[in-house]
Design a binder for this molecule. Structure first.
Ligand SMILES: Cc1cc2nc3c(=O)[nH]c(=O)nc-3n(C[C@H](O)[C@H](O)[C@H](O)COP(=O)(O)O)c2cc1C
Length: 453
């Protein structure tokens, strides 16, 4: 989207089609498609939506090495702040641009294996409908470009415009009741480049019952356990047990992101025999507790204001979120009802003080800011106050994302509802590094003066 100056009168922005060169192309069905401008002509834009690719003769996604100029162009605009979206095979170009590295993303189920293979550093979700991870929007299914468009509108123009556009476009605004449906899909055939053995093994595991084990998997694949072991080691470097657990955790992640199911029920749906083994496997593969993952995923996918609707939507309406973002101190909310009391809200200042992005903060206990520096004076008092639900103020040594020490004067207040039930802890963080340094200097000077005297 070019700057507003180029937009027709009355429009907030305008859209253009762009390509390596501004000349017509033939689309996948052989129809002529006009390309209005070339990449070079677009200096600034707010968002770029990448179309899907016409499949090759075997149904495969073309080799992305041929699209280096487009990939570089996407990378450049993303680094300048543009939102980049794609669905289905279009997501491959985002992979080529390096934008999927370490990012949660999705694509159509029949491209899942191929994408994973070509861009192994992408954090690819199975069966997720749409994911926005730090301005990279990916969606599943050839028609999901509508979802991507609506999401881009919502992000650029606000929730209300997004809602109106969705009403107008789709008529039905009901959210997709995705997980069960998505998990029910399984690739029967895949594009030529995917590993057929691995895909078939995944399909079987996704559809299997809870007591399904490596022996059953070997039997279902008409092979011996030894061969299964060998083939999996070559294809993905995993033992059959790890492979089964990982696939189940992937399913669980999607369920946590998209459903309200309690953890116990969800563990069973994902194929785990009991909750404890699910929790263990989940921690191993997702790096956090299931409940913390749910908070993190929601915070990532939703507007901040909606995070507060976890318990009481009326507590912190959207307008208050905006006000909190203008505060000069860090502000956090932690949820004592979730495992390990994770952070469910942070304001902008907290991000600035710590150098972390919300996705790296939400869902974790605040203690990660202490790093290895765990033997601190105020900590015991802090623990006792939290346990007895009392307000407390302590100054802690904390570490920014770049490892630099800062002194954090932390004020914690328990928040209760009308019935006296504890709902959140409110944390206010002041960066008092300068003050601590000045006091240390004064102390040092005093000591020197005393020595001279
Ligand atoms: C609302 C709230 C905000 C907190 N903020 C911080 C923080 O900014 N930095 C920090 O080191 N600890 C913070 N903590 C404290 C840790 O979360 C944790 O309670 C503390 O490290 C003691 O518990 P532990 O022994 O389990 O680590 C906060 C706690 C609460 C409840």
């Amino acid at each position: 989207m070019p700057p507003a100056g180029d937009a027709p009168a009355g429009a907030d922005f305008c859209t253009v089609t762009a390509g390596v060169a501004a000349r017509p192309i033939l689309d996948g069905a052989g129809a002529r498609f006009d390309v209005e401008t070339s990449f070079d002509e677009i200096a600034v834009c707010d968002a770029i939506i990448v179309p899907s690719f016409a499949p090759g003769p075997e149904g495969e996604v073309p080799d992305m090495a041929n699209f280096g100029a487009a990939a570089a162009w996407l990378r450049r605009h993303h680094s300048r702040g543009a939102l980049i979206g794609a669905c289905g095979s279009g997501v491959f170009l985002l992979g080529e641009a390096g934008l999927l590295e370490g990012r949660r993303c999705t694509t159509s189920w029949w491209h899942h294996e191929d994408l994973k293979k070509r861009y192994p550093r992408a954090d690819l979700a199975w069966g997720a409908r749409l994911i926005d991870d730090r301005r990279v929007v990916t969606a599943a299914g050839p028609m999901s470009w509508i979802d991507v468009g609506l999401h881009v509108l919502k992000t650029l123009c606000g929730a209300e415009v997004g809602r109106l556009a969705a009403d107008f476009t789709l008529g039905d605004m009901g959210p997709a009741k995705g997980p069960a449906r998505a998990a029910g899909y399984s690739p029967v055939t895949v594009s030529g480049s995917a590993d057929a053995f691995l895909t078939e093994a995944e399909r079987i595991v996704r559809q299997a019952d809870a007591d399904f084990n490596a022996q059953d998997l070997a039997r279902s694949l008409s092979t011996s356990e030894r061969t299964l072991h060998r083939k999996l080691k070559i294809a993905c470097g995993e033992s059959p047990k790890s492979f089964i657990d990982r696939i189940r955790v992937e399913t669980a992640r999607t369920l946590l992101e998209t459903s309200e199911k309690p953890v116990k029920e969800l563990a069973a749906s994902a194929g785990f025999i009991d909750e404890a083994s699910f929790r263990r496997a989940f921690r191993r593969y997702a790096g956090m507790a299931p409940s913390a993952y749910r908070v993190w995923a929601r915070a990532k996918a939703q507007d901040k204001a909606q995070i507060f609707s976890v318990k009481k939507s009326e507590i912190i309406p959207e307008i208050l979120t905006t006000i909190l973002d203008t505060c000069v101190n860090g502000i956090t909310l932690t949820d004592p009802d979730l495992e390990d009391a994770p952070i469910v809200y942070v304001n902008k200042r907290f991000e600035e003080i710590t150098g972390y992005e919300p996705r790296e903060i939400l869902g974790r206990n605040c203690r990660f800011l202490q790093g290895q520096d765990r033997d601190q004076e105020g900590l015991q008092r802090l623990r006792e106050s939290i346990r007895s639900r009392q307000p407390v103020e302590v100054t802690l040594r904390n570490y920014r994302k770049d490892g630099v020490l800062f002194h954090n004067k932390l004020n914690i207040t328990p928040l209760f509802d009308e019935q006296g039930t504890l709902i959140y802890f409110l944390g206010v963080q002041y960066d008092v590094t300068e003050q601590v340094r000045a006091e240390a200097e004064i102390g040092d000077l005093r000591a020197r003066l005393k020595a001279i005297a």
